[in-house]
Design a protein around this ligand. Structure first.
Ligand code: ADP
Ligand code: MG
Length: 640
């Protein structure tokens, strides 16, 4: 029996390993199963190229709990190790690997994120075990070896009588880690990390109906007519409980997959999601980096809150994390699905990741691919794309705001819906409204509403002029508008309730006022006495005599800045906290306004002004509470 010291230079590596990333102890299982998988894949390769003259067969990896003896076994049928290889790979390579890893990261365990996901390897077993055994038989014609280490730097290595090829790792689970002897806990870990690993993983057995068994149906009394039919009970058989799907959809070629395969895979990924995804994007690239995956667009609401089911990151089918921040462009983190890449450096910090050239390329590839897919969906089935627009617009609009490349590409498929349910691309809209909605300064004014019901009267006013009114109602739309105004030439957006329609799109023909300057002065003074200047800025306007006498508006600029501040960034400092301020446009050409001016008693004038103001507030949804009650009372009195 050989005895030795693994490495005397760091005698305290085991306590360090034990302490390492306390919350992440569970990763030991993923590390050991990854090693078992590697060993099996290597054997497959060696048999394929004729290097290993053994039968590859249908190898499995088995995870077994021995609760009584407090042991956890991980058994593979891979290429195994000779005693010499154990010395080399476990005592030297793996150990110095773990040592180097800990050395590098022991001070940085708080650097939240990917650190600690990979790198510790075999020695992570000591996070949960106070003794580890390896019993291994190489595919080469050499005796099996038995390695034991009890957590001190000493190990023993002796021959073993194991005859089957492969490796068995035995963990003697420490007292304070006994959760890892619970079947439910191990099952949870296997489902989390190993659900899509390429070699079948067996964990216990299960009972199923024998597929080769056809139950016989017989009459219980064949001689007498009308005997009762009885069916033999189904025969149950015991089979291996395989916990993983070794061939998940993303590892296949898009050409080999049908629409339903993608949907099935979505359900496999998110068993608790009952809603079907809207569409999927199959990622598949091998140059200049390796990346495969499937992204799904789920039905999205205007709720910007981060969703619970997220994109999962894998490395060669091993689950790494569902925190893809820094790898996937931020606007796409609202999607779901899988990304698998061996080229993403995982044992580095997030900030390093964001600066990494390869990772940047990956992010821009994903952005491009998503844009291309959206474009082809739009081109191939516009009707369907329009129908789904409401559910996906938030991602697209967010992408247009945050990624310049995406903004450029989105011109081809970003849609601008109207209040009448038509959908235009930007160019289509531009051509449609250019003639009618260009103002006297040659600026194209794009009208929009954010709420069809609340802004109904303003929308109607715009329609009488044959103007198109867009319906833009997502929470970040004010940012998008701002962006469009600065990128497209000579356009501006105006919400329909921002001003009287003739002021929103100013044409040359100005309406002549019926009132002379003196009358206007008197009217202005009267209104300012009656109406609180804290809430309303009174403005006299000569408008069409059929237009409403009093119109309440909120200036576009103020409103938009406030909105932008509420949804983060971009707004002017302090705007979000400003009190609501409205303009009150008084139409000097309206008959009622002339009446107000000409009414003899001051009391009656005040009544007319208040009543008109309340009507204007009512049409803006601004009349509430006591004021509304008073208004109703006053109205009844008037019609009595
Ligand atoms: P890594 O997997 O990154 O190489 P590990 O510390 O996990 O590092 O493993 C060290 C080495 O030990 C492996 O490279 C491999 O040569 C060997 N090894 C570990 N587990 C097995 C196994 N189940 N079968 C065969 N060899 C193994
Ligand atoms: Mg490993």
């Amino acid at each position: 029996m050989a005895k030795g010291n693994i490495n005397v230079s760091v005698e305290n590596i085991f306590p360090l390993i034990k302490k390492f990333l306390y919350s992440d102890h569970e990763i030991f299982l993923r590390e050991l199963i990854s090693n078992a998988t590697d060993a099996t894949m290597k054997l497959k390769h060696l048999t394929n190229i004729g290097e290993a003259k053994v039968e590859y067969g249908n190898p499995q990896i088995e995870v077994k709990i021995d609760k009584e003896a407090k042991k956890l076994h991980i058994i593979d049928q891979g290429l195994g190790m000779t005693a010499e290889e154990v010395e080399k790979y476990i005592n030297e390579v793996a150990f110095s690997g773990a040592e180097e890893f800990l050395d590098k990261y022991k001070d940085k365990v708080d650097d939240a994120g990917i650190i600690g996901h990979f790198g510790l390897g075999f020695y992570s077993a000591f996070m949960v075990a106070n003794k580890v055994e390896i019993i291994t038989k190489s595919y080469k014609d050499e005796p099996a070896a038995h390695w034991t280490c009890d957590g001190s730097p000493e190990f023993t290595l002796e021959p073993s009588d194991r005859t089957e090829r492969g490796t068995e790792i035995i963990l003697h689970i420490a007292e304070d880690e006994k959760e890892f002897l619970e079947e439910s806990r191990i099952r949870e870990l296997l489902t989390k990390y190993n659900k899509f690993m390429p070699i079948p993983i067996k964990f216990g057995t299960k009972e199923i109906n024998d597929p080769d068994f056809t139950p016989k149906t017989t009459k219980d009394n064949p001689d007498a007519s009308g005997g009762k039919e009885t069916t033999e009970p189904h025969k149950q058989i015991t089979v291996d409980n395989i916990i993983n799907n070794p061939n998940p959809a993303w590892t296949k070629q898009p050409a080999d997959l049908e629409e339903n395969d993608y949907k099935d895979f979505y359900r496999e990924l998110y068993p608790m999601q009952f809603e079907e995804p809207l569409f999927n994007i199959h990622l598949n690239v091998d140059y200049p980096f390796n990346l495969t995956g499937i992204l799904y667009f789920p039905k999205m609401t205007n709720d910007l809150n981060i969703q619970k089911d997220k994109i999962q990151l894998y490395q060669n089918q091993v689950f790494v994390t569902d925190n893809v921040e820094g790898i996937v462009p931020e606007f796409l983190t609202m999607l779901r699905g899988v990304i698998d890449s061996p080229d993403i450096p995982l044992n580095v910090s997030r900030s390093y990741l964001q600066a990494d050239g390869a990772v940047k390329k990956i992010a821009s590839y994903i952005t491009r691919k998503v844009a291309d897919k959206l474009k082809s969906l739009f081109n191939n089935n516009r009707e369907d794309f329009e129908a789904k627009w409401n559910d996906i617009k938030i991602v697209i609009e967010y992408g247009m705001l945050s990624e310049e490349k995406f903004f450029e590409k989105a011109d081809a498929f970003a849609l601008y819906p109207t209040v009448d349910g038509k959908y235009y691309t930007y160019d289509e809209l531009y051509n449609k409204i250019k003639a009618n909605q260009t103002d006297k300064d040659d600026k194209l004014v794009i009208l929009y509403a954010s709420d069809k019901d609340a802004q109904h009267s303003y929308i109607e006013a715009a329609k009488t002029k044959n103007y198109e009114v867009l319906l833009l109602d997502s929470p970040i739309v004010s940012h998008l508008i701002q962006k469009l105004e600065t990128t497209k030439e000579n356009i501006s957006f105006a919400r329909v309730d921002g001003d009287h329609i003739d002021n929103l799109i100013k044409k040359d023909d100005t309406t002549i006022s019926k009132l002379d300057e003196d009358q206007k002065k008197t009217l202005d003074a009267l209104l300012k006495e009656v109406i609180s200047s804290e809430k309303f800025m009174v403005q006299l306007e000569a408008m069409d005599s059929n237009a409403s006498p009093f119109i309440i508006t909120q200036p576009e600029f103020m409103r938009r800045m406030k909105e932008m501040q509420q949804t983060g960034g971009g707004g002017m400092f302090g705007m979000g906290n400003m009190p609501e301020m409205y303009n009150l446009l008084v139409n000097t050409n309206s008959e009622l306004v002339s009446d107000i001016l000409n009414t003899k008693t001051r009391k009656k004038q005040e009544r007319l002004i208040n009543q008109s103001l309340d009507l204007a507030r009512l049409s803006q949804g601004l009349l509430k509470g006591e004021e509304l009650t008073n208004f109703i009372k006053r109205s009844y009195d008037m019609i009595k």
